[in-house]
Write a new protein. Structure first.
Length: 594
């Protein structure tokens, strides 16, 4: 059978694996290494080098060696302000490209080179062609970043079967689906370039992301920079003033090495032979000094964790587990911080570098049928809602919500004496109902009453298979209808992309139209109320005042037929002003009567 591989396409390192005899295994390359540095070197002579070979070129030819490109995936120029040894080019607002080896590359083209290597490694280990993959991304990657990741897979000749959230993958790898009835876990993921904290709820094999926070610009690279800064200062004190891109690259390489060593040892020697001509540099660095440098850099993780807990409406003590993902969680300081923030020792049963990849493999196993009894949550690709007064789309489940999900809203009747509503279920991102896709309609009978007296609850429920059930209930009588709609998840990527493009393209007009529709509903009510009041007051109103109000009514009617929200709102405010005195009169009359 056609195998599906699981891939963790990391900022610093990437991994690939596959199900074998019912187990998730990671695949080693020809050198016996499972971690492939996500580094690509473009050179005129040697062509494209990937992984460790490229990593070795980083020190000698940093300008042609691209690392941490994940930070630029699906980003536009100006959105990302990280310093890189290679140039990031493009006009403001254009897709960011990197320049290396005399050419400009989109980040997904660079990532595709890493994926090609992983594909080759998997093929030589498995002895068959590999064409399908599951690839992981940070939980809060936006659509453009996810699409760029998918394209990277396609450019490498892989059909991307699923883009999987990294924390979900990690929780799968930790076997947390077996924790019992219901459990809640925090996935703390600190990698080379990104920090991600997600709170998940697992219920009988179903994973739900309750909240996620993070920072795409916080990770081990920042600590490396702080260490390199410390080394540079010590070099300067020693009278070594060498500068330049090559020196920087060596400083960084050494910073990474000593950082790793200090996770095991209390003190290490920083060694930079022949860093300036024939001069070498060497100094002692202790774990304590490293922690002094790293603590302020890493401090923001605390706020992200607390916010994630707050968004999930949980206290740290409600969590059953805290799991660690990402190479940086090997650092003792990071583990202490996690323990302090969550008030419990984190679970360290998995290798933090491999958990996400193993989870991707398990998900590939779910798709191929090799793994059963796990339902992995998907997200809704487009918003779901119903049509309300004036043909406006009222969103009930926003796009990108994790499924299964249940959400509802209360609606009322617009017309007195009305005894039936038509529920029109829609999918899409446009403001007006008619621009979205119709999933179906049905009618609900309810007890007739005055305007806005009825209470009709509408609930949307999407199960783990993506099937949407819509329930409408008259809360007064309990009469209800439950209707099953088509799959809310099975929409082709091209259709989703088209819908999103259109929603962006028409965003301005759409919002204008929605605002106008909503304002015109109010304007009509105002006109009706003013008409009734004028009739009721009769001669009690002076001729001049009456004429002023009638003028206001005419202006508002004109604005209503104009179609623009600005003048409509202005005319409403004007009529409101002109009727202020009349409203006071009415109140007085009512008080006298009472
Ligand atoms: P990832 O993006 O998950 O591959 O994480 C890579 C980051 O973890 C890089 O900043 C590495 O320098 C860092 N890292 C890996 N191993 C260790 C270690 N033993 N001690 C400290 N940091 C590490």
């Amino acid at each position: 059978m056609d195998p599906i591989v699981g891939i963790d396409l990391g900022t610093t390192n990437s991994l690939v694996g596959c199900m074998e005899a019912g187990f998730a295994v990671l695949i080693a390359d020809a050198q016996g290494e499972r971690l492939t540095p996500s580094v690509v070197h473009f050179s005129a002579g040697e062509g494209v080098l990937v992984g460790r070979e490229a990593e070795r070129k980083r020190a000698v030819d940093p300008g042609s060696t691209v690392c941490s490109v994940k930070r630029f995936m699906g980003r536009r120029v100006g959105e990302e302000s990280v310093e890189t040894p290679y140039p990031v080019v493009g006009g403001m607002g254009e897709w960011a490209r990197v320049e290396a080896g005399g050419r400009r590359w989109l980040p997904e083209e660079v990532s595709a080179e890493v994926l090609k290597k992983l594909k080759r490694d998997a093929e030589s280990a498995l002895g068959v062609e590999v064409r399908r993959a599951v690839i992981t991304v940070p939980a809060y990657f936006n659509d453009a970043q996810r699409q760029a990741t998918r394209r990277a897979g396609e450019l490498a000749g892989l059909q991307v079967e699923r883009i999987l959230n990294e924390p979900t993958a990690a929780a799968l790898a930790y076997g947390l689906d077996k924790l019992g009835e219901r459990s809640r876990v925090a996935v703390f993921d600190l990698g080379g370039g990104t920090f991600d904290i997600s709170i998940l709820e697992l219920n009988r094999g179903v994973f739900e992301v309750l909240s996620t926070h993070g920072n795409t610009r916080l990770g081990g690279d920042d600590v490396d920079r702080a260490i390199a800064g410390w080394i540079r200062d010590r070099m300067r004190e020693a009278g070594i003033l060498e500068a330049g891109i090559w020196v920087e690259a060596r400083l960084r390489g050494e910073a990474v090495r000593v950082k790793h060593r200090l996770s095991e040892e209390e003190q290490v020697r920083v060694d930079l032979p022949f860093i300036a001509g024939d001069r070498s540099f060497s100094a002692e660095l202790t774990r304590q000094v490293l922690e002094g440098l790293a603590a302020p850099v890493l401090e923001p993780v605390r706020g992200h964790c607390l916010r994630a807990l707050r968004d999930a409406k949980l206290e740290a003590s409600d969590l059953n587990e805290v799991i660690l993902v990402g190479g940086m969680t090997r650092m003792p300081l990071v583990r202490q911080m996690v323990e302090q923030i969550f008030g419990r020792e984190p679970n360290r049963s998995q290798n933090p570098d491999e958990a996400v990849a193993l989870g991707a493999v398990l998900q590939a196993g779910v798709l191929s049928g090799a793994v059963q009894n796990v339902v992995l949550l998907d997200v809704t690709p487009l918003s779901l809602g119903i049509e309300t007064f004036g043909g406006v789309m009222n969103v009930i489940i926003p796009r990108n919500s994790t499924i299964p999900i249940k959400a509802g809203e209360m609606f009322t009747n617009a017309v007195p004496g009305q005894s039936q509503v038509r529920i029109h279920v829609l999918q899409g991102e446009r403001e007006m109902a008619r621009d979205n896709w119709s999933l179906g309609t049905f009618d609900l009978e309810f007890e007739a009453s005055g305007k806005a007296q009825a209470r009709i609850g509408v609930q949307f429920e999407i199960d783990a298979d993506g099937i949407l059930q819509v329930l409408a209930r008259d809360t007064k009588t309990g009469v209800e209808r439950r209707v099953e709609m088509a799959s809310a998840v099975d929409v082709s990527d091209a259709a989703v992309e088209k819908m999103l493009e259109e929603s962006l393209e028409h965003a301005f007009e759409d919002v204008q139209e929605r605002v106008f529709t909503e304002a015109s509903l109010k304007a009509r009510e105002l006109l009706k109320a003013v008409g009734t009041a004028l009739a009721r007051l009769g001669d009690a109103l002076e001729g001049e005042e009456r004429a002023g109000i009638e003028e206001g009514i005419r202006a508002l009617e004109e604005a209503l037929s104009g179609g623009a929200p600005g003048p409509l709102k202005k005319a409403m405010a004007e009529l409101d002003r002109r009727t202020e005195h009349m409203a006071a009169l009415l109140l007085e009359m009512a008080a006298r009567k009472g």
